[in-house]
Every structure is written in structure tokens, then in C-alpha cells.
Design a binder for this molecule. Structure first.
Ligand SMILES: [Fe+2]
Length: 291
């Protein structure tokens, strides 16, 4: 039994959200939903997530899971809005606890924030299974980009998060706290051991060369055509490439709001006495000194 997969592209952040469903029972999982965010005004919006909700309603799909592939640094999660409207359990890899501890320190968060994963309904470990009607998903821990990164395999459909991009996009950066290029290399090798026909769905696409956004490839194509890591790429070469490339990359536009929301499973920080939720900006902590 193979799942139905419907992609949704969030053009402002280059993010792909997926609805995965069991054709028989119409049970569904939403992977990596996006909360719209205007960095100029600090406004959030749910238009993108509401398009996902409309698709769920139109297809008579029942949400069982809202799955994060990791705590994203480039977009805010809309998991709580989806859960409020459509139900489902919010889950992420158990490595989120390390990510939470790291960013609790970086953002100077107080005792109100516990870095123990309690903000999520379920923390997933490598090899865990996810029931979705008559389908059974499998969690494959794929750390390296972040320590909480996981991939989800439902039937022949693999959702890789930021483990790898489309073949012409290569791989994701490994220079965030907890990132490790050597670890990512071994995560990719685990995915490359899956059958070549396995469908691969990526979390981001930045339209390299100006081509239209794409979201789907195969393990076979990645093994032979990924510009950063092919099946026969040596670990040392990959790590050296990744280190050199990461040294040139700017901090993601939305890392400051994204991480503070995403380590809370998509919830905004608790409102102050004025009823307003605030984000913090750690000065001179992230990125490189200005030249
Ligand atoms: Fe990411």
C-alpha cells in the first residue's frame, strides 16, 4: 500500500509542506506546516496552513499526525493552528531536547521554558513506527543538519527534511549549533541504502539556476546525481566541501523568530502582562562579526 502525497509550496521561505494519507482509511499526516510571518511587522498568518486545511476537508482526510522533520531555522511551524482545527498529535525527533537546551541558552530563556520536549505530544526515536490507517510509517534518525533531524518513510515515500535537497541543490548546512557534516554524511548513507525507486520528498527547494521549484526525486537519482553527496562520495570530501561552503553562508533570515517558536512546538512565547507575545534578539551572538 502506497500513500497519497500532496505537496504545498511556501514560496516566501522555499518550504514544502506535505499531506500524506492512507488511501483506504483517509487517515493523514501533515509534515512541516508553515506559519506565515512578516518580519517587518511581526505579524503572523495562517493563509498557507488554511490551504492545507481546505485540502484535508475536501478529501475527507482525518489528521492523525503533525510531523516535524526538525526544529526549522528558516520558517515558523504552524502545527498548533493545524492541531486546533484538525486534531492530530505533534511529533518531532527526540534530539529536540538538545536543540531546546542549546537555544534556551542562546536566547536567555527563563524557567518557563523546559528543554525536555514536553511541548510536543510525542518524541520520536530511530526505528519508531507511526500508525496511519493501514500504513505504518517508520522514523529514521538523520542527524547532521541538526541533532533532532529525522526522516519519515511511509510505504515508498520518504520525507527527508533538510537531510538532502533536490539533486541540483545538494545538501543542507551543518553549521548550526549541534550540526555536524560527518554525522550528516552517515545519515545520507542510511537513506541511500533504501531501494532506488523510493520516492524522496524534500523540505526545501530554492530553485537553483532559476528553474521552477521541485519537491520529488528518488533515492536512485540522488545516489548518482546529488551535487554534494553521491553514493560513492567519500566522507572526507563531503565534510571538507560542507565546511568550506558553510563558512560562506549568512545566518537564515528568519532564524531568530523561527527557532524561538519552533522549539515550543510552534507556540508563540507566553504573552506578557499586556497580552502581547514577544520574541528576543540576542545581540552579537549569532553569525559572524560584521566586517
Ligand atoms: Fe532546516
Amino acid at each position: 500500500m502506497q500513500p497519497n502525497v500532496t505537496p504545498f509550496f511556501h514560496s516566501a521561505t522555499g518550504t514544502w509542506t506535505y499531506v500524506v494519507s492512507d488511501p483506504t482509511t483517509r487517515e493523514a499526516a501533515v509534515i512541516d506546516p508553515v506559519l506565515d510571518y512578516d518580519w517587518r511587522s511581526g505579524r503572523t498568518g495562517t493563509a498557507s496552513a488554511d490551504a492545507v486545511l481546505a485540502h484535508l476537508a475536501a478529501g475527507g482526510l482525518r489528521v492523525r499526525w503533525i510531523l516535524e522533520t526538525h526544529a526549522h531555522a528558516d520558517h515558523l511551524s504552524c502545527a498548533p493552528h493545524l492541531q486546533a482545527k484538525a486534531g492530530g498529535q505533534i511529533a518531532i525527533g527526540q534530539g529536540i531536547r538538545q536543540v531546546q537546551a542549546t537555544f534556551k541558552r542562546i536566547f536567555g530563556l527563563g524557567d518557563e521554558f523546559e528543554p525536555d520536549g514536553r511541548q510536543f505530544d510525542r518524541l520520536l526515536a530511530d526505528g519508531d513506527t507511526i500508525d496511519l490507517g493501514e500504513l505504518q510509517g517508520r522514523v529514521i534518525a538523520t542527524p547532521g543538519h541538526t541533532s533532532d533531524s529525522v526522516s519519515y518513510l511511509f510505504g515508498d515515500a520518504l520525507f527527508v527534511g533538510d537531510t538532502i535537497f533536490m539533486p541540483d541543490g545538494g545538501s543542507a548546512r551543518c553549521d548550526f549549533p549541534g550540526g555536524d557534516a560527518g554525522v550528516l554524511y552517515h545519515s545520507v548513507q542510511r537513506l541511500y541504502a533504501l531501494p532506488p525507486a523510493t520516492r524522496v520528498f524534500v523540505c526545501h527547494d530554492y530553485s537553483p539556476g532559476g528553474r521552477p521549484p521541485r519537491c520529488e526525486t528518488t533515492i536512485g537519482e540522488q545516489r548518482t546525481a546529488n551535487i554534494h553527496v553521491k553514493a560513492d562520495t567519500h566522507e572526507g570530501d563531503f565534510v571538507a566541501m560542507r565546511h568550506a561552503r558553510d563558512a560562506t553562508l549568512d545566518v537564515p533570515n528568519l532564524i531568530i523568530p523561527s527557532v524561538q517558536v519552533n522549539i515550543r512546538a510552534g507556540h508563540l512565547p507566553p504573552a506578557g502582562s499586556d497580552g502581547v507575545s514577544y520574541l528576543k534578539v540576542p545581540l552579537n551572538v549569532l553569525g559572524r562579526p560584521l566586517s
